[in-house]
Each structure stands twice: as C-alpha cells, then as structure tokens.
Ligand binder design. Structure first.
Ligand code: HEC
Length: 156
C-alpha cells in the first residue's frame, strides 16, 4: 500500500513561502510612511519639541506673524526649535528664568552661545519695541499653553 504524497500545503508553509515578499512589502510600506511623516514636518524647521498652539490674543496673533518673519528661521515654527536655534517653548525660557527684559535684550544685542550648541544669536535690530512686545506676548501665550510657567530663578 503506497502512501499518496500529500499535496496540500498547510497554511504555515504558505506564509513561509511568501515571507521574503512580505518582508519586502513591510520595508517599502515602512519607508513610505517615514517619508510622508518627514515631509509633513516642514523642511528646514525640524521641530525639537511638540508645541500646542492655543487660541491667541490679538497681540499674540501679531507676534506670531512677526515671529515667523524674524525668528522662525532659527527658532522654528511656533518657537518649537529648529536647525539654527533652540525651542523657546522650553522650561529654561520660563518668565522666572528669562523675563521679558531678557527677550528684549536678546533681540537688541544678540546672544552668545551658552545654553545650547547652535552658536550665537545675531542681534535683530529690525525688530522695534512694539513688535518685540508682540513677539514676547506670543511666546508667553505658547509657553502658558504648553505648561511652562513662572519658576523662581535659583542662583546655585
Ligand atoms: C540666526 C539665528 C537666530 C535668529 C534669527 C534668532 N535667534 Fe534667538 N537664539 C538663537 C540661538 C542660537 C540662541 C541660543 C544661544 C544659547 O543660549 O546657546 C538664541 C537664544 C534666544 C533667546 C534666549 C536668550 C538668553 O538670554 O539666553 C531668546 C529670548 C531668543 N533667542 C529670542 C529670539 C527672538 C524673539 C528672535 C526673533 C526676533 C530670535 N531669537 C531670532 C538664534 C537665533
């Protein structure tokens, strides 16, 4: 009595046969997803932190426009950080550690590299006092909406 060869390939074997194709597919799909993700993150402003943008006041809205024009090329959209500068929506820039006056001085005089490794910030003399106020209001509104609040400055 001869045993008939079993022709039926079971399910596991089928999967095993297709495995290389499935792997290739997974890699391709993964690559496409990564690409889509990166291209939705605007070029040039690889945000360093996640910033939630709240409903802005009138002055905050003016500040947003001025920030985009004068600061975002380094500090990123919504001050989330970029290739040329740090996120300002960061606890070290809370109003207790960098008061509004420090923001004004940064714009007037520039900043020597000290907290980060982005190099120096050049002065921004094109930004007048009113525009600076609006920018500061905007940054403070973003900070508040992202849980960054006044922390007393400790000298230690
Ligand atoms: C050419 C790039 C560049 C531009 C443009 C720029 N910044 Fe900066 N900024 C930096 C860098 C880099 C630092 C971080 C210096 C450090 O602490 O190492 C910085 C730091 C700061 C600080 C912290 C100051 C401190 O005392 O530590 C503030 C506030 C600031 N920037 C605000 C602004 C505002 C507001 C604008 C737009 C009017 C602006 N920056 C435009 C690069 C830039």
């Amino acid at each position: 009595m001869s045993k008939k060869p079993v022709k039926k390939i079971n399910f596991v074997e089928r999967i095993r046969e297709k495995l290389p194709a499935l792997l290739v597919l997974a890699v391709v799909v993964g690559g496409v997803l990564v690409f889509i993700y990166q291209s939705t993150n605007q070029a040039g402003s690889a945000a360093l932190v996640d910033v939630k943008v709240p409903a802005l006041s009138a002055i905050g809205t003016q500040g947003k426009t001025a920030f985009a024009k004068n600061c975002a090329q380094c500090h990123g959209d919504n001050a989330a950080g970029g290739q040329g500068g740090p996120p300002l929506i960061h606890k070290i820039y809370n109003p207790g550690h960098h008061a509004d006056g420090a923001f004004w001085l940064a714009m007037q005089r520039g900043v020597s590299q000290h907290h980060w490794r982005f190099g120096n910030m050049p002065p921004q003399p094109q930004v007048g006092e009113d525009v600076a106020k609006a920018i500061i209001a905007y940054v403070r509104e973003l900070q508040a909406a992202n849980g960054i609040s006044y922390q007393p400055h400790r000298m230690n």
